[in-house]
Structures are given as C-alpha cells and as structure tokens.
Write a protein of this length. Structure first.
Length: 242
C-alpha cells in the first residue's frame, strides 16, 4: 500500500491544474479581502475566516476529491490497479489516507494564508484569534475527510464520476445534511447531533471551550470507518466496467 500511496502522491503533485486552481483561489480571496479591507474591524480576522473556511470543503475539498477519487475512474487507472491484483481494501484505505494527508496540508496552510492577507492589508491577529482560526480550520478539515469517505461509497459502488462529484458537492454545501436534519427534527431531534455537521460542531465547541473532545473524536472516527467499510463492501460487489 505504501507504493500505491507514493505513486498517487507523485501523480497528484504533478497535476499542473492543482497549482493553477489553488493559486487562482488564493488570488481571488486576496482580491476579495482587498476590496472590503476598508471595513475591517478587530474581529474581522476571525469572523471572515469562519465565513470563508465554511466554503473550503466544497471549493478546496472538491478539487481534492476529484483528484484523489474520480481521476482514477476517468483514466481507467482503477481498472488497471484491480487488474494487476491490488487489493480493493488497500485501494479504499490508500485513498482515505491521501485525503487526510493533502487535506491536512491545505487546512493547515489556510489559516497562515488568511493571517498573511490580513497582515498585508493592515489587520493582524492575536494568538487567541489564531487559535480560534485553527479550530475553525480543523472543523472543516474533519468535514472534508468525512464527506470524501461518504462519497467514496458512490465512487466504488457506482463508478460514475459525475454522480460521485455531485454527491460530494451536495454534502460539502450541506444540502443533504440540511434535508436530513429537517427530517430528523420532526421525529428524532437528538439524532441531529450525530450527523457529521453535528459531530464536528460539538468538536469545535469543545476545542474553543477547553472541553474534552476525546469521545467526540471517537464518534467521528467510527463514522469514517463505517463509510470506509461500506466502500470496501460495495467495491467488492461491483464488477469493474472495462
């Protein structure tokens, strides 16, 4: 599996479109911040990070999901891996590990970039503000990983690129989550806390209030493991389409 992960890292790092996309995203955010910099307040550093990072699972995570999960479908590389005898469980696990790795890099750099933009425009953050911003970034990193794991079920079960990407985007923009939450509130409101959004919200609240998040992290990990197991099961049941 290490060779598989190494090969995927090499492939993704050599995608020119990735650098163009993220540079364009950074430039767009700087331009947006510059346009409204006249209205910055002390709390803008944190409040704007909360508003901006809310879209990262879709605009940054969406690209990662496409690069890590669906590129293999378009290039038929998934068929090649299975044809060469690579274990399907290893493939699913490797994709999830890659999502964690690349997601961690992006969501670790996002607060630094956010701080740098605001510093250039004359508004700096205190250590307390940066702690809050990193907590927000961690929350959305966790949602990105979970959404990718859930959408992976569609990747391996249906092997349709468009459907998998649409499913991920709907999850990332909380369309599906909101619909499920509305339904649950009518007959089982307590279960809303056990949706991915509910779990990550509680983890975030625990971090900023210096509370214990150990059990919440366990809940989250179980969620992701279940999604991974389901991906493996549907992958083994689905015939590869040559």
């Amino acid at each position: 599996m290490i060779k598989l992960i190494d090969g995927e890292i090499y492939r993704i790092l050599h995608k020119k479109s990735m650098y163009i996309y993220f540079c364009s995203l950074a430039a767009g955010y700087f331009l947006l911040a510059f346009i409204r910099s006249g209205g910055f307040k002390d709390e803008s550093v944190v409040s704007d990070a909360i508003n901006f990072f809310n879209f990262l699972p879709a605009i940054a995570g969406g690209f990662l999901f496409s690069a890590i999960y669906t590129d293999d479908l378009n290039s038929k590389n998934l068929i090649s891996l299975v044809g060469f005898g690579v274990n399907k469980t290893k493939i699913v696990t490797a994709k999830l590990i890659l999502t964690v790795m690349f997601g961690t890099v992006i969501f670790a750099l996002a607060p630094v970039f956010h701080y740098a933009v605001y510093a250039v425009l004359g508004s700096t953050a205190t250590s307390g503000m940066m702690t809050m911003i990193y907590a927000v970034s961690l929350k959305y990193l966790l949602t990105t990983i979970a959404f990718a794991a859930l959408s992976g079920i569609a990747v391996y079960g249906l092997q349709r690129t468009t459907f998998a990407i649409v499913l991920y985007i709907l999850l990332a923009f909380n369309v599906i989550g909101s619909m499920i939450a509305v339904a649950l509130k009518t007959f089982a409101p307590d279960l809303v806390n056990y949706l991915i959004s509910g779990i990550t919200d509680r983890i975030f609240a625990g971090m900023i209030n210096a509370g214990s998040v150990t059990l919440l992290i366990v809940e989250y990990i179980i969620y992701v493991i279940i999604a991974g197991v389901l991906s493996v099961l549907v992958f083994y049941k689905k015939e590869m389409e040559f």
